[in-house]
Design a protein around this ligand. Structure first.
Ligand SMILES: [Zn+2]
Length: 580
């Protein structure tokens, strides 16, 4: 197995691989991109073809082709290995190493796949699916679309599916952990989705993770309109973006994603040619969903139900998306239509026309509050302010924010100072926007930082060994790991394996520097000076502490020596500081 891991690594180039996921820019000997694992506008994600590794200097993530695929596709090592083996054209040998847990996940995906095929078969080829089929036809969903989304129908009789799955050798345990079935208090296994139209929920790679079931017209009104799979090993609601498996390439091309609330709102426009579209199920998106979407685009067009602006969960989502630097717009279909599905059915041209000029989110929020509460009365004004200010208070960019305060003031026919005053009250109440975790610190003390910097500067030159030779007398490293690396640069033999990652960090950081040789030289000298200044200061501190400790009885000679040393250091320090 280890051999195959290496074999695949040799066959695949990390630059070619990553460029299938991200847009790369060549910069000298390496490639740069905006990091897919945290939010950023200036690229700090760097790929070295020489070392065949990547590293992000924003969030600290780093690794090789396997780590990249694991992180990007959110899969375990074994799955990453399989994905890469396929790309490399390597047939993996069977191994016991990747055992039960992994097989179990695979079995669950296979099981869900069988279940969705079964439901789909019932819907399109069996008389039991007739009603449901008619329902879809009435909603103008074509057979081609039913097939593309693998839509199905779960019949009343549980045994049909159970028998089918048992014939395929799935165990009762597996059947229960698929999330499609439950056990009642008599120990009988039943299908949660029975008598429902079923949408398989795919992850963005196209595996069925779970299901969503909708009641059909005429069903018992006590039933929930929609039910979803419970959380299982392979279904995590907060990570699924419905339809992304089919729309991701269109989203990547247009850099824009239309976000709807439900399956039909996504499917109908998709069927009519609006392909860069997904559904998030409800008005709130999670950070995981947003991070996933950010891999493909930077703009979101929210096509949500018209009353979403009054919704607390929506506020949080918008705030989150704004903090992640998404450009946020709203496709406002009101008052003519209540949702995208209805709009595309009744007037596709109107839908597409509106889509060309979606409203900025903040304009939409102001407009919809004014329409709802009116601005003619003091009460209306108050309500508009109370509804809109919490949104505006959280706009990250202060220039944009002040523009919208002005717009709001004029929309309610009020003066800007009054709006500001209210905003100040609100901003004290509003909690700070949820931010991503701060990037991990790479080095701690000043001296560590300086010595690391020196090495980074060294590596940024074309011939580090030559520069190292020149400065070797002055470069006295006090941090052991940096000292070893410095020796390694002068005399490249074997680097102790425990220092590989330190070395890689420094090397990758050096790739980010773009210095001409003159600037580099100047920076190296200045870093050497700073290191010396730092050391002298430390020594001065130590000396003065020692001198302070000496009492009168102790030999004058000792204190004299210390004082001489102290004064000498002071002179050196002054020289260095003047030079600086
Ligand atoms: Zn990063």
């Amino acid at each position: 197995m280890d051999n195959q891991v290496e074999e695949i690594k040799k066959k695949l180039d990390i630059v070619t691989l990553v460029s299938q996921y991200l847009t790369l820019n060549k910069r000298g000997r390496h490639f740069l991109a905006c990091c897919p694992f945290h939010q950023e506008k200036t690229p700090s994600f760097i790929i070295s073809p020489e070392l065949q590794i990547f590293k992000c200097f924003g969030c600290g993530k780093s690794g090789d082709i396997y780590t990249f695929v694991q992180e990007f596709e959110k899969v375990e090592f074994r799955e990453a290995l399989e994905i890469l083996a396929k790309k490399a054209g390597v047939v993996l040998k069977k191994s016991d190493q990747f055992n039960a847990a992994d097989n179990h996940r695979k079995r669950l995906f296979a099981l869900n796949n069988e279940i969705s095929r079964f439901f789909h078969y019932i819907l399109i080829s069996h008389s039991l699916g007739q009603n449901c089929f008619t329902y879809l036809k009435n909603r103008a969903i074509s057979v081609a679309t039913i097939k593309e989304f693998l839509i199905g129908f779960a019949p009343e009789n549980d045994n049909l599916l159970l028998t089918y799955l048992r014939k395929k050798d799935f165990t009762e345990n597996e059947i229960l952990s698929s999330g499609c079935f439950s056990k009642n208090s008599y120990g009988r296994i039943y299908n949660r989705f029975k008598n429902r139209l079923v949408f398989p929920l795919f992850n963005h790679r196209g595996d069925v993770c779970g299901f969503s079931g909708r009641v059909l017209p005429g069903a018992d009104s006590n039933q929930a309109k929609y039910i979803n799979s419970p959380e299982t090993e392979i279904y995590h609601k907060s990570e699924i973006v419905y339809g992304l498996n089919l729309s991701k390439n269109y989203i990547r091309e247009s850099r824009t994603c239309i976000v709807t609330e439900g399956e039909f709102d996504m499917i109908s426009p998709f069927q009519s040619g609006v392909k860069n579209i997904v559904a998030v199920k409800g008005t709130a998106f999670t950070q995981d969903q947003l991070l996933l979407l950010h891999r493909f685009c930077d703009s979101l067009v929210l096509a949500l139900d018209s009353d979403f602006a009054g919704n607390v969960a929506a506020l949080r989502s918008i705030e989150l998306a704004d903090s992640m630097d998404f450009d946020l717009r709203v496709l406002d279909l009101s008052p003519r239509f209540k949702d995208p599905d209805e709009a595309i059915q009744k007037d596709p041209e109107f839908f597409k026309e509106r889509l060309k000029n979606p409203l900025y989110i903040w304009d939409f929020i102001i407009n919809s509050a004014v329409a709802r509460f009116g601005y003619e009365t003091p009460k209306g004004k108050k309500q508009v302010l109370a509804n809109v200010l919490p949104f505006l208070a959280k706009i990250k960019n202060s220039v944009i924010q002040s523009d919208y305060f002005k717009k709001l003031a004029s929309a309610i026919n009020s003066d800007i100072d009054a709006v500001y005053q209210e905003a100040r009250k609100i901003s004290l109440l509003v909690t700070s926007p949820s931010t991503l975790s701060p990037p991990p610190k790479l080095v701690s003390s000043t001296l560590e930082k300086l010595e690391e910097n020196l090495l980074i500067l060294l590596f940024s030159s074309k011939k580090p060994e030559k520069v190292a030779e020149k400065i070797k007398d002055r470069a006295q490293f006090s941090i052991d790991r940096f000292k070893t690396i410095f020796e390694f640069v002068k005399n490249p033999q074997k680097l102790p394996p425990e220092l590989f990652s330190v070395y890689q960090n420094i090397y990758m950081a050096s790739l980010l520097l773009d210095l001409d040789s003159k600037t580099r030289h100047r920076d190296i000298i200045s870093t050497l000076d700073q290191i010396e200044i730092h050391k002298i200061r430390q020594e001065l501190n130590d000396l003065s502490r020692e001198i302070g400790k000496l009492d009168e009885d102790e030999s004058n000679k000792v204190s004299k020596d210390l004082e001489i040393r102290y004064n000498k250091l002071l002179v050196e320090l002054q020289k260095l500081q003047i030079k600086k």
